[in-house]
Design a protein around this ligand. Structure first.
Ligand code: NAD
Ligand code: LMR
Length: 335
């Protein structure tokens, strides 16, 4: 049995993500929570014929946590796309003021009600909201580094799709983006220069001009969508697809007993792995590839990277240090 709870299920990401999760046979129970309309979304999805149990939960008042706790009861996986999205002209860090408290409050209840669950944070700024989740779980004494993730899968979707398009443009070769999965990966964090695409041998297909254009598109893909939506939010459908890819991997690990390969923003410092000391000296968190089973992350693999990618990573790490510290300090600031 695998129960997934979505917090922020009635939002732009929450709704399509919940639809995809509704169709996944490894997920036996789906629990949808939001401060508005989660019952409506759950009722709508409940008309899709599947064996899956589905319920919606909305708080009865501003202070009511009973519905959130009911939604989290027995959850194996908690996915958090709750919070505000960007508008044109904003950075992800501009969302911190509102989303930091939202994520902290939701993770607090998850730590109390389902301390063994996998926690998948989508809410931005991921580089700070994940450290917030970790510090909150630590304060409750239930932190498991193998089970807390910032969902950076969208950076990988973008890299796969944009690289496939760039190779076709540069060489005429058709490369199915599905064939790039796992071979090219975005590491680092989830904002601008903290995103570092690792291209392996595929880099040879691109001139330096085409490489620069690809790098910019992967690092600033979020801005492309925010601009195109003209004030009506940020990426939702591609994010739901990305979130689904990540959660379906976790569900397969839980239900089918599989070991899966994934990439996410993790606190690698406390996990077995091959991260070099030169990186560990500066940050404890990075988005990196890892193997994962029902117990969580088993091994974090630091990929082979080119000299140019090393330079990009150094820039990323400098920026990440500040954004991680902002999240850590938010929870640990003196009262
Ligand atoms: P949205 O405004 O459409 O939906 C957010 C939902 O969260 C709303 O339904 C709202 O009612 C709900 N919510 C607010 N406070 C809540 C609380 N305390 N408890 C439960 N639900 C609450 O926004 P969206 O487009 O779905 O984006 C959500 C978040 O995801 C944003 O922070 C956005 O920046 C982020 N995001 C992250 C990625 C990524 O790659 N990690 C990609 C896209 C968007
Ligand atoms: C994205 O990368 O699309 C998300 O982080 C949303 C945003 O604000 O850009």
């Amino acid at each position: 049995m695998v129960k997934v709870t979505v917090l922020g299920a009635a939002g732009g990401i929450g709704q399509p993500l919940s639809l995809l999760l509704r169709l996944n046979k490894n997920i036996t129970e789906l629990s949808l929570f939001d401060i508005v309309n989660a019952n409506g979304v759950a009722t709508d999805l409940s008309h899709i014929p599947t064996e899956q149990i589905i319920h919606g939960f909305v708080p009865k008042s501003r202070k009511d946590v009973s519905q959130l706790r009911a939604a989290l009861q027995g959850a194996d996986i908690v996915v958090i796309p709750a919070g505000v999205p960007r508008k044109p002209g904003m950075t992800r860090n501009d969302l911190f003021k509102i989303n930091a408290s939202i994520v902290r409050g939701l993770v607090h209840q998850a730590g109390v009600v389902c301390p063994d669950a996998f926690i998948c944070v989508i809410s931005n700024p991921v580089n700070s909201t994940v450290p917030i989740a970790v510090e909150e779980l630590k304060s409750l004494g239930v932190y498991n580094p193998a089970k807390v993730f910032g969902v950076t899968t969208l950076d990988n979707l973008r890299l796969e799709e944009f690289l496939s398009t760039a190779i076709k443009g540069a060489t005429g070769k058709i490369v199915d983006s599905a064939d790039l999965r796992g071979d090219v990966i975005s590491i680092g964090g989830h904002s601008g220069t903290t995103i570092v695409p690792i291209l392996n041998a595929w880099a040879r297909n691109l001139s330096s001009e085409k490489y620069d254009a690809l790098l910019h598109r992967v690092q600033y893909g979020g801005d492309e969508v925010v601009k195109a939506k003209q004030g009506r939010g940020s990426a939702t459908l591609s994010m739901a697809t990305a979130g689904y890819r990540f959660v379906s991997s976790l569900s397969a690990a839980l239900r089918e007993g599989k070991t899966v390969q994934e990439v996410a923003f993790v606190n690698f410092a406390q996990l077995p792995g091959s991260v070099p000391d030169s990186v560990k000296a500066h940050v404890e968190y990075l988005s990196l590839p890892f193997s994962l089973n029902a117990q969580g992350v088993q091994f974090v693999r630091f990929p082979t990277i080119s000299a140019n990618e090393e330079k990009l990573l150094a820039v990323a790490v400098g920026q990440l240090r500040q954004e991680i510290a902002r999240g850590v300090n938010f929870v640990n600031k003196p009262k």
